[in-house]
Design a binder for this molecule. Structure first.
Ligand SMILES: Nc1nc2c(ncn2[C@@H]2O[C@H](COP(=O)(O)OP(=O)(O)OP(=O)(O)O)[C@@H](O)[C@H]2O)c(=O)[nH]1
Ligand SMILES: [Mg+2]
Length: 427
């Protein structure tokens, strides 16, 4: 099965917890702290793998987690790092964050990208030794790993896109000019998912994509819909195949107009750039028609469209060489669209918004404090260690949170809530 869209959730590993430990040896009084720090959590990477061709696996397995770091131990032993996780995706996969902004386009084979960073290990009590506190009973928990909810969308990387009505002979042409062997049959909707092939014409190599047939109303979901047009979004040229014996009781020219309209509906909805692509018209199945009828159609199409028109037979190969000549000629002048260009409803670059360090919201006698730094601190603090609690109070003071709480009018006995932790305020 060919799947080209999937939703996944990714979590990097949490850092290992730091350790509280003291040296205990015969004849060594006051041995001092020796609790090691935790190991770093594993990172999550995305790799564009040419051997992967669909996103199918991601629909079965949407959750990805890198390994957590190991906790630190006594005798100054640091915990081991968690193993990294590498997620393999097909080349041409675009990863988008939940908000819709494009994060990355995995369009180069073996491109590797860090998408979620593992948390650092929590410090052991060795790290908290100071002149004042020579026996620190304090350690940190490991930092949580980064989380990401994202959508993977596969957009095939082809140079030429074959479009047209069902049964027009797109797959037959693909089979004729490339080594691909798509299913070919005398009924509509034989091709259910995009097929790729590599064509070599006069020592120019290019990738051709054959997509399922379109019908009137495809933009509204009729037939197989128009979703798979995303696979021609990045092609340089479209070859529009028209069966000159007609399809669905329509004249060839009518069918041509109909499909062009569906493409522009898609363009309006998703990506206007698709309209800028050069279109070559290939009038197919000429072997079935008398020569004068073919000539009449060619003239008619030349009059009605500004596009180059070719009469071919995908079955016998007649006229295909001339079509490829023109394709190669146009090829050099056509430009590929960068998929990171702005698209309807999406922003091209990730915005980095500088957040205030913390925010305090008051509801009656409860003060809710939020902010990255404070939340991370909470996640890394052992509240059952007396000295850790002192360190936390110190943190509130140093970061101006206590002052801000007072300014908001906090009184003895009021509740302060941070994440899922609550405590009573004492002056
Ligand atoms: N005589 C003749 N038959 C052709 C030619 N091209 C395709 N056909 C036949 O037309 C039928 C449809 O061809 P396909 O290549 O499957 O058409 P398609 O455009 O891929 O169709 P879908 O995948 O259903 O959208 C098959 O029976 C082919 O053998 C041609 O040039 N001449
Ligand atoms: Mg087909």
């Amino acid at each position: 099965m060919f799947v080209d869209k999937a939703k996944i959730s990714i979590k990097a590993g949490k850092g290992g917890d730091g350790c509280v430990s003291f040296r205990r040896e015969k004849y060594v009084p006051f041995g001092g702290p020796e609790g090691g720090s935790g190991g770093k959590g594993g990172d999550v990477y995305l790799v564009a793998d040419p051997h992967v061709s669909t996103l199918l696996d991601f629909t079965y397995r949407p959750h990805y987690r890198a390994q957590d770091g190991m906790p630190g131990k006594g005798k100054n032993m640091e915990g081991g790092g968690g193993a990294d996780l590498v997620i393999k995706v097909p080349c041409g996969t675009v990863l988008q964050s939940e908000s819709g902004g494009v994060i990355v386009d995995m369009n180069t084979p073996y491109q590797k990208l860090l998408i979620a960073k593992g948390g650092r290990g929590g410090r052991g009590n060795v790290c908290f030794k100071t002149q004042k506190n020579k026996a620190p009973k304090i350690s940190e928990k490991g930092e949580p790993g980064q989380k990401l909810e994202a959508t993977l969308e596969l957009k095939l990387l082809a140079d030429i896109g074959l479009v047209g009505c069902p049964n027009a002979g797109k797959s037959t042409l693909l089979a004729h000019i490339t080594a691909a062997r798509p299913k070919i049959a005398d009924y509509p909707f034989t091709t259910l998912s995009p097929q790729l092939g590599v064509c070599s014409h006069k020592s120019v190599h290019f990738v051709v994509a054959d997509v399922p047939g379109l019908i009137e109303g495809a933009h509204a979901g009729r037939g197989l819909g128009d979703e798979f047009l995303r696979h021609v979004e990045r092609t340089r040229i479209l070859v529009h195949m028209v069966d000159i014996s007609g399809f669905g009781g329509n004249q060839p020219a009518e069918n041509f107009k109909l499909i062009q309209k569906e493409i522009s509906e898609y363009a309006k909805k998703i990506n206007k750039n698709i309209l800028k692509k050069p279109v070559i018209v290939a009038l197919n199945k000429t072997d079935l028609c008398p020569d004068d009828a073919v000539l009449k159609q060619v003239k008619l199409f030349r009059k009605k469209t500004k596009n180059p028109v070719f009469a071919v037979s995908a079955a016998t190969g007649k006229g295909v060489d001339a079509l490829l000549d023109e394709t190669v000629r146009m090829f050099s002048s056509a430009v590929t669209e960068d998929s990171l260009e702005p698209r309807a409803g999406r922003e091209a670059v990730r915005e980095y918004i500088l957040e205030p360090e913390f925010v305090i919201k008051r509801k009656d006698n409860t003060f809710v404090v939020s902010g990255n730094k404070i939340e991370k601190f909470i996640a890394m603090t052992h509240f059952n260690q007396e000295q850790s609690v002192e360190r936390f109070q110190d943190f509130l003071k140093k970061n101006g949170i206590e002052r801000a709480l007072k300014k908001k009018g906090i009184k003895q006995g009021d509740i302060v809530r941070i994440l899922d932790m609550e405590f009573e305020y004492t002056d």
